[in-house]
Ligand binder design. Structure first.
Ligand code: MG
Ligand code: MG
Length: 258
């Protein structure tokens, strides 16, 4: 069931989304060659703590997971697509990092992700990340009243495929509100005009995931959480929480440009 949010609730969700944006900005600024993923998790924890927010990631245990998630960020490096558990791994020159973060504030959830490189960037990684951001922007542009979920999916998928990238099937965006994961699902590939009609008050997490090789295959790592590309090629993941309103899409996790 899809819960439509009131304008007041959307304003409250914006406050939660701003905490997520601040956490991602702080993590991005702290990330550098030699910094560990656990240190980045601590940076995000401190932002959530200072804002009086809690983490919907910490302790989260969906049916596929062997253990509750132990951190407030997912940190997915190079061939990891999403759901990477922060470890003592220290970032190396040229690593491609995707950080996903959530926050709960005032009973509402926010969810957002960024991809970036540390040290000297490979041109192929820059192109992959830029394409992921373009796919997200296209998905957000399609998140308007009168469109359907399939229009968002088609917009994202078209940008990814036109650039020659793969899309991991079975993972994508979602409704969000009191809980981090609500109906409806928002696939990263689909047919225009299909699926649920978009209405004022729907709030969606839109999150393209791209695989550099153009192949779609992925698998869970031995930790049961991290999803890695089957061919070892690199992946990018970006996400915003977006409210659909009569005045157009409103990005609730908007953050300062770095
Ligand atoms: Mg997320
Ligand atoms: Mg999400």
């Amino acid at each position: 069931m899809v819960e439509l949010k009131t304008d007041t609730s959307i304003d409250e969700m914006y406050a939660a989304g701003q905490v997520v944006g601040q956490a991602l900005t702080a993590v991005r600024k702290a990330a550098d060659v030699g910094v560990s993923l656990l240190e980045l998790d601590e940076v995000a924890r401190e932002v959530l703590r200072a804002a009086g927010a809690t983490s919907p990631f910490l302790g989260y245990r969906p049916s596929f997971a062997p253990v509750p998630f132990p951190a407030v960020i997912c940190a997915s490096v190079n061939d990891a697509i999403v759901h990477g558990i922060p470890t003592g791994y220290r970032l190396c020159d040229g690593d491609l990092v995707s950080i996903d973060c959530g926050a709960e504030l005032g009973g509402w959830a926010g969810d957002s992700a960024i991809s970036f490189t540390v040290g000297g960037a490979r041109p192929a990684d820059v192109r992959l990340i830029e394409t992921a951001e373009r796919a997200l922007a296209a998905g957000i542009d399609a998140a308007v009243v009168g469109n359907h979920i399939g229009d968002i999916a088609h917009a994202i998928g078209s940008v990814c495929r036109a650039a020659g990238y793969g899309i991991p099937d079975g993972f994508g965006g979602h409704g969000i509100g009191r809980k981090m994961h609500e109906d409806p699902g928002v696939p990263n590939e689909g047919r225009p005009g299909r699926g649920m009609p978009l209405r004022h008050g729907m709030v969606l997490a839109i999150e393209p995931m791209l695989i550099a090789s153009g192949k779609d295959g992925y698998h869970a790592a031995p930790d049961g959480w991290t999803l890695r590309t089957n061919d070892g090629s690199r992946a990018a993941h970006v996400e915003h929480t977006v409210a659909i309103t009569d005045a157009g899409p409103r990005i609730l996790t908007a953050r300062e440009a770095l």
